[in-house]
Design a protein around this ligand. Sequence first.
Ligand code: GRF
Length: 213
Amino acid sequence: MKTAVVLISGNGSNLQALIDAISAGELPLNIAKVISNKPNAKGLRRACKHHIDHKCINHRDFESRLAFDQALIEEIDQHQADVVILAGFMRLLTSELVNHYKNKIINIHPSLLPDYPGMNTHQRVLDAKEKWHGATVHFVIPEVDAGPAILQGRLRINKDDTAEQLQQRVHHIEHAIYPLAIKWFATDRLSVVDAKTLLDGKESPEQLQTFDI
Ligand code: GRF
């Protein structure tokens, strides 16, 4: 079974979705450690409740981004992690860290990448009068919110949607697609060829799922 370290900064509802999938026997994965860069992250309490080893490495205790990332690397390597899962981790990672775990760091972002990288995605898609919105699970590369997409979940935007409503609906999608994408990784079904993620060696329609929510 593969071993994961999960990095969080806040609520940790995506962490919870992974824990629930593991508990339900749907996701063969050992979460060896949950690390937060914020001491009061709710996700740390979720880890505690499920008896998962957890700690805070506070970025404020370090003089530079690189020094913080080196502390992360030291901690992650102690667990011999096969995969580093970003679940609402709100720190930019240095290329030193990203390259240390090439094709082994996975992130979830609340937009249909490559559209809408960055923050406030829900309001921005509304402002642009988009028809579709959703979330993307992707491998992490040094550029922010980029890297080969693994799985996307999308929904149709309703005429009267607010940013808060959209955020909630996208969260439902995230909680469905993140455990599935991690399961594909954990069961060795993913490969990256020419900056594209293949499922069982080919591009698959399963990698874009439409949700009726
Ligand atoms: C999610 O919207 C995720 O896509 C983004 O940060 C948010 C984290 O939410 N990267 P949570 O902490 O998992 O509830």
